[in-house]
Design a protein around this ligand. Structure first.
Ligand code: AMP
Length: 459
């Protein structure tokens, strides 16, 4: 008797992991358009692309984002390693770091034998900046990345376990300038506008230096102390571990408490206050409106000084299109030089949700061959190849016996601008009928002229 598991494998239907999505062919033109528009703008602003692995040593994320952040605490997706591989990699990391920056304790990166899928881009980019000594190549490295990120979240609309970000990081030694913060913020606004978004808001705040941040959390704890019993369970533990996270809690009783709190910039030193003022003035000089949001904190350890968010665009609860900020101590904390940095990441899925698919230009086929009969089918096969070699998009139905009506329907569905019809008469005359699908106009064209005529029409 056959093993029952054979039946299981024969009948089992696999489904996509929760919180991930297939990007089907119909959606690819929208993704391509976002990516190509982004690359054009990023290059205009002097940013160069960097590609890093989708997984890294888990300690890189723990050290950079902070053990108490929700992303590290609850959402890291671990990837276990084989023992031999671990030994080799560990040796490699130790060697690289001790060669460049001396003792291995300084980096603190090597301990557990575990990798994690990247939940964001910044940590990986900083790791690569340090490891590849990008500081020695230029004073200011302006880097961008586009790619998938992974977080073990509870999936909902606009909140996925695999999502995609377009991110930038400007990292340099002695380059902390309010104008760089403003340039990066301006770039975020420009990208969103380029994608066709207009109804979003820029929110901005300053956390100040590490000491200012300490002040800020003390002030926050003081204000929340008396209300601790009314906070949700999560926030009660956040109160000690990372009080800033209370400000982002979605629980309605926590939100009511947070709404009633009033803050200003009293946690900031005079210097930090002045820096923040200059950032806002520089942003205003680019004719960009921003909203001072004293409760905007961002829950990651590495942020210092400026933090900002792009929100709105009709997204509902998950309304952040992108966010970022300055992180001055992170590069040296990870064993690199005393570099300061500022960056942001935009969520591609949220951008697409906000734009709605229709407003992006839909890329369609230039031409579609309709072949009637076996002989015409073989001829269409060769003519299609000829047209494609001239960089004109062309396709045809692989249905030698297909009717005119069904093939025309297919051409229409594929959004073809021109249909090239090849029947018995055309085969005899060595010609095709070119039909303009928007006007219905037709003309008969010799095989040797098809490419030239099409080129003229679609230009
Ligand atoms: P963050 O790295 O959390 O600051 O996120 C930056 C941007 O990435 C957000 O503003 C969102 O647009 C997007 N994003 C973050 N997390 C998710 C997620 N789980 N699903 C979809 N998009 C996300």
């Amino acid at each position: 008797m056959p093993c029952p598991c054979i039946f299981f494998y024969m009948t089992k239907q696999f489904s996509i992991p929760r919180g991930t999505s297939d990007i089907l062919p119909a959606m690819i033109p929208f993704w391509e358009e976002i990516e190509s528009k982004a690359k054009d703008v990023l290059k205009i602003y002097g940013f160069s692309e960097i590609r890093t692995p989708i997984y890294e040593d888990i300690n890189l994320f723990k050290r950079s984002m902070g053990q108490t952040s929700d992303v590290v605490n609850k959402q890291l997706l671990e990837v276990m390693n084989s023992p031999s591989r671990v030994a080799m990699d560990q040796k490699g990391v130790e060697q690289v770091h001790s060669e460049i920056y001396g003792s291995q304790e300084k980096t603190g990166l090597v301990s557990e034998n575990t990798y994690a899928l990247r939940p964001e881009g910044t940590a990986s980019i900083v790791r690569s900046y340090i490891e590849n000594r990008l500081d020695a190549k230029e004073a200011l490295s302006k880097l961008f990345y586009i790619g998938p990120m992974f977080r073990g979240e509870r999936p909902q609309k606009g909140r996925l376990r695999q999502f995609h970000q377009i991110g930038v990081e400007a990292i340099g030694v002695d380059t902390a300038s309010p104008y760089l913060d403003a340039e990066v913020i301006g770039l975020g606004v420009r990208l969103l506008q380029e994608f066709g978004l207009s109804g979003f808001k820029l929110k901005i705040n300053s956390l100040g230096t590490k000491e200012d941040k300490e002040n800020f959390s003390k002030i926050l704890r003081d204000r929340l102390k008396g209300k601790l019993a009314h906070l949700c369970e999560d926030c009660q533990s956040r109160f000690d571990r990372n009080v800033f996270r209370v400000l982002d809690c979605k629980n309605s009783s926590c939100q009511a408490i947070v709404d009633a709190l009033e803050f200003d910039d009293q946690h900031l030193s005079a210097e930090s206050r002045d820096y923040f003022k200059q950032v806002r003035e520089a942003v205003a000089s680019l004719s960009i409106a921003c909203e001072y949001s004293p409760k905007l904190v961002r829950g990651l350890d590495y942020y210092t000084h400026t933090v900002f968010e792009f929100v709105g665009g009709g997204l509902g609860t998950q309304d952040a299109l992108g966010a970022g900020g300055r992180y001055n101590g992170l590069v040296s904390d990870l064993g690199g030089p005393a570099a300061d940095a500022v960056g942001f990441a935009l969520g591609i899925e949220r951008i697409l949700l906000s734009i709605g698919e229709k407003s992006l230009s839909d890329k369609k086929l230039d031409s579609f061959m309709v072949a009637l009969g076996e002989t015409a089918y073989k001829r269409a096969f060769v003519i299609t190849d000829f047209i494609r070699k001239s960089n004109i998009s062309c396709d045809f139905a692989h249905r030698p016996g297909g009717s005119m009506k069904s093939q025309m329907r297919l051409a229409d569905k594929r959004g073809a601008r021109y249909v090239l019809i090849l029947g018995e008469d055309e085969e005899k005359n060595h010609s095709v009928v070119i039909k303009d699908m928007s006007t219905g106009d037709q003309e008969n064209v010799g095989w040797d002229e098809v490419v030239e005529v099409l080129k003229r029409k679609i230009k």
